[in-house]
Design a protein around this ligand. Structure first.
Ligand code: SAM
Length: 333
């Protein structure tokens, strides 16, 4: 395998991580991500097929992109996802293959995903109460999420992380129960600040419940949290552990403490648009290139162009910030 020059942007950041969205469809309707009704999903022929995804990954892996995360929409609604996982897990140089899911269909997929070579799972869990879960997701399903978490554990996934989006005025009463659940079951829990990527465009800075506020609540209940030294400077979370040794909590604070300076991530949307930032207002069309007979060299150049164009930061806090047209479910979180 010939290695290619690494993907380094104009600010010296090397890109080693790729989020692959496999669908814009989802089985719930979280208000911070999707509209509740009147959705038009991508027609099937506009989605990259597995061969196209595989080809893209085989082009970027020798450029140093060795960490993959499958996402969506809800990746588990994409038919035969285990087949994609099996193919990606065999791509030379790929070191880490992870999935982000809302957990609803996980109980039935956990075993086949594990057998296919999936290494890690992040499960979204914003609330421990059915009422709050429903207010957020506008659907039922909390019990299925718990079943999914336990199934993942049962089939042997050891690296299971829970992701909770924190919303001021809504999820404060969930913080301590989430912390307790994570401690009880020895799961890593990460709180994520609400970002302006909701389809209904109702995001307001006032709804951002900061990581610092959450930490204070957790410490009042469970005792002091001490910082865990960072193993990987590009990881988005600031991690802490409780001094009693039970449990680990991370905070992803893209709004109050942006971490763009260490960003190593690229994304490819379900319809094959390459993006250098969640908040990018430009896409690079890998699907068109692949479907029009473009070569692997041209595909590699498209990715390089995308990386070189990356801005220093997302700029949410600046007056010039322009929200992307795409909402989170159309990008891949
Ligand atoms: N459906 C899967 C899931 O729920 O995990 C994967 C896709 S979802 C878009 C990925 C992650 O993005 C989830 O943890 C979700 O909570 C988070 N997310 C979605 N919209 C967000 C927003 N506006 N701000 C912060 N996080 C968001």
């Amino acid at each position: 395998m010939t290695l290619c020059p690494p993907l380094i942007d104009s600010f010296g950041r090397q890109h080693t991580s790729l989020r692959i969205s496999v669908t814009d469809r989802c089985n719930i309707r979280c208000f911070y991500c999707m509209p509740d009704e009147n959705l038009t999903f991508l027609p099937r022929d506009e989605l990259l097929d597995f061969e196209e995804i595989l080809r893209f990954v085989k082009v970027v892996a020798p450029m140093g992109v060795t960490q993959l995360r499958i996402t969506g929409g809800e990746p588990l609604v994409r038919r035969d996802l285990n087949k994609l996982v099996a193919q990606l897990s065999k791509v030379p140089l790929v070191e880490d293959l992870a999935l982000t899911t809302n957990g609803i269909l996980l109980a039935e997929h956990a075993q086949i995903l594990r057998d296919a070579g999936l290494q890690r799972i992040n499960i979204s869990l914003d609330a421990m109460s059915e009422e709050t879960f429903k207010k957020i997701s506008r659907r039922d399903g909390l019990d299925q999420v718990f079943q999914g978490i336990f199934a993942a554990r049962r089939v042997g996934f050891t690296k299971i992380r829970l992701n909770a989006v924190a919303i001021r005025g809504l999820t404060e009463p969930e913080i301590v129960p989430l912390g307790r659940f994570a401690r009880q079951h020895d799961l890593e829990l990460r709180f994520i600040e609400f970002m302006p990527l909701d389809a209904e465009r109702n995001w307001d800075q006032q709804q951002v419940l900061s990581g610092a506020d959450i930490r204070r609540q957790l410490e009042a209940e469970f005792g002091r949290l001490e910082p865990v030294p960072r193993e990987d400077p590009s990881q988005p979370a600031i991690d802490y552990r409780f001094v009693d040794g039970k449990g680990r909590i991370g905070f992803i604070n893209p709004v109050s403490e942006p971490f763009c300076g260490d960003c190593n991530r690229l994304r490819i949307t379900a319809e094959g648009q390459v993006r250098n930032c969640l908040f990018s207002i430009v896409d690079w069309d890998a699907r068109q290139l692949m479907r029009n007979g473009g070569t692997d060299e041209e595909l590699a150049q498209l990715v390089r162009d995308c990386v070189v164009d990356k801005k220093a930061g997302h700029g949410i806090d600046s007056d010039e910030f322009i929200r992307p047209q795409r909402a989170m479910y159309q990008i891949g979180g």
